[in-house]
Design a protein around this ligand. Structure first.
Ligand SMILES: Cc1ncc(C[n+]2csc(CCOP(=O)(O)OP(=O)(O)O)c2C)c(N)n1
Ligand code: SF4
Ligand SMILES: [Mg+2]
Length: 314
């Protein structure tokens, strides 16, 4: 090789490619590029399907390793980021959303995905769902709802139906379960969808549409806990004699009251997009405030800005 021939740089896969190849030269990530340790879920757990579809989404949307951002709280479902070989965090129980908010606000180049369970979302993390919804922080939150606390081995969750026997309700749950769809509508969530892990095509479609939404997009995904609540979602699975009913074609997704009515249907209810509205995100609002503040100090040195601040305090 002559002195001036181009150097051949060996690039070890996509993960540690520095500097990255131009996107046009990169190959979409396949499961083998992005799957980490073998998931430690019980064989048959519905969560496997959600993970597989997340890999598919990453491939389809050509999200590169350095842009994949997978956040979760605590729970079986929240183990999710462990199984994705890219950036992510398994955070505190119920606190995934504030953590994800920080990432979303500071990194507009990323699309943040949060995964977690019904306990994480509607018990300990319930207030964060409400506030992330009303603020309309841009991210996608997939709630893997199994109607039980799986990780801690069968306690009643906020979505467990009345009569469900668990370690905390040995004679059957007495408290009225929350209705995730109604709760999300009332909180001001700007994109609300419902799916089930037994319908992979539908899960992928909902994730895809949620990702396109500019705001807080939430998907309730029924995901069976085969260990502590087997058969919970058979009624929604045609392979188990149930019925998978899609949201009626004439449903108006911009009508809050219509979404509420849809959510009132008895279990297994409807699957698809319940509600979607376009309104300013927290990200856009904050960016505008920052831009305005920067305008006022344009051309000034840092020390001059500081001096100006001190002068105002005098
Ligand atoms: C602050 C705090 N409280 C309680 C727990 C115990 N805990 C861990 S996971 C969990 C519930 C998990 O249920 P869910 O969010 O529905 O997830 P799943 O395991 O069913 O997927 C609880 C109560 C904890 N880890 N941290
Ligand atoms: S305990 Fe339930 S939710 Fe947890 S991994 Fe096993 S089947 Fe899945
Ligand atoms: Mg659960």
């Amino acid at each position: 090789m002559s002195e001036d021939s181009p150097k051949i740089i060996k690039r070890p896969g996509n993960l540690f490619t520095v500097p990255p190849l131009p996107d046009s030269e990169r190959k979409p990530l396949k499961k083998k590029d992005i799957a980490a340790d073998h998931p430690t879920w019980c064989p048959g757990c519905g969560d496997f399907s959600v993970l597989a579809l997340y890999f598919k989404l990453i491939e389809k949307r050509e999200i590169w390793h350095e842009k994949v951002t997978t956040i979760a709280g605590i729970g079986c479902s929240s183990r999710f980021p462990y199984f994705v070989q890219a950036h992510g965090a398994h955070y505190i129980h119920g606190r995934a959303l504030p953590f994800a908010t920080g990432i979303s606000m500071s990194r507009p180049d990323l699309h943040v995905f949060v995964f977690g369970g019904d306990g994480d979302a509607f018990s300990i993390g319930g207030n964060h769902v409400n506030h992330t919804a009303r603020k309309n922080v841009k991210m996608t939150y997939v709630i893997m709802d199994n109607f039980v606390y799986g990780l801690t081995k069968k306690q009643t969750s906020p979505t467990s139906p009345i009569g469900f026997k668990s370690k905390t309700d040995t004679m059957g749950a007495k408290d009225r379960p929350i209705n995730p769809m109604k709760q999300l509508v009332a909180a001001g969530t700007s994109f609300i969808a419902r799916t089930t892990s037994t319908n992979p095509k539908h899960v992928l479609d909902m994730m895809d549409k949620a990702m396109d939404h500019d705001g807080f997009s939430v998907i309730e995904c029924l995901s069976e806990c085969v260990e502590f609540y087997p058969g919970a979602f058979d009624a929604s699975n045609p392979r188990k004699g149930g019925e998978f009913k899609e949201v009626p074609a004439d449903h108006n997704v911009t009508d809050e009251a219509a979404a509420y009515r849809l959510a009132d249907e008895p279990f297994p209810g409807y699957f698809g997009i319940y509600y979607q509205e376009n309104r300013p995100t927290k990200n856009a609002n904050e960016a505008a405030i920052i831009a305005k503040a920067r305008e006022r100090v344009e051309g000034m040195e840092d020390w001059e800005i500081l001096q100006q601040t001190f002068n105002r305090m005098k």
